[in-house]
Write a protein that binds this ligand. Sequence first.
Ligand SMILES: CC(C)(COP(=O)(O)OP(=O)(O)OC[C@H]1O[C@@H](n2cnc3c(N)ncnc32)[C@H](O)[C@@H]1OP(=O)(O)O)[C@@H](O)C(=O)NCCC(=O)NCCS
Length: 182
Amino acid sequence: MTDQAQAPEDLFPGKPTSASRTTLSHIMTAAETNLLGTVHGGVIMKLVDDAAGAVAGRHSGGPAVTASMDEMVFLEPVQVGDLVHVKAQCNWTGRSSMEIGVRVLAERWNESTPAQQVGSAYLVFAAVDADGKTRPVPPVIPETERDRRRYQEAQIRRTHRLARRRAIKELRDRRAAEGLND
Ligand SMILES: CC(C)(COP(=O)(O)OP(=O)(O)OC[C@H]1O[C@@H](n2cnc3c(N)ncnc32)[C@H](O)[C@@H]1OP(=O)(O)O)[C@@H](O)C(=O)NCCC(=O)NCCS
């Protein structure tokens, strides 16, 4: 034992992006279709949330909850018999939150054609303790140029999310102060 104080980075070192990057794969069946016969968007969103949750748990080393999901884009319909790969990585970290970027790819389960991107999303997870209170996460360390670009883009999204939340709160407070109830 030593009486010298440890530097914060020794107590809480960063984690490289590759340490928590995850792919979740699933073959789509007829049980997962919408009324048009293609795969229901909600099924894809669940896979996205599951894959992102695995990344958040791995990066933060414990439980993490979905705080938000935004920019969920469906580029192409997913068909029964598609083998879907949901690729997720930690793009950015704050104090207790992490932005997880997700790309959804699909290929025919029995054909060796290249997988096509069918969707993408960004999710914010907050790391929590056993009481549901937020806890700090290790800073993510981007490793490649692509990781560094994603980190910078995530910071832009973070700034916009906070600004939008603040602006809406201010508007609501102002309306409430004017006695406008809805
Ligand atoms: C997410 C949750 C833990 C945030 O708790 P809170 O008391 O508001 O905590 P804070 O305001 O300190 O926010 C914690 C972090 O999450 C971020 N955050 C909170 N709400 C957010 C939102 N809607 N969008 C983006 N980020 C958000 C904050 O910016 C903060 O980031 P930082 O610590 O890196 O700076 C809380 O709202 C919660 O438990 N929500 C339910 C989550 C859940 O059950 N998800 C599954 C849905 S079924």
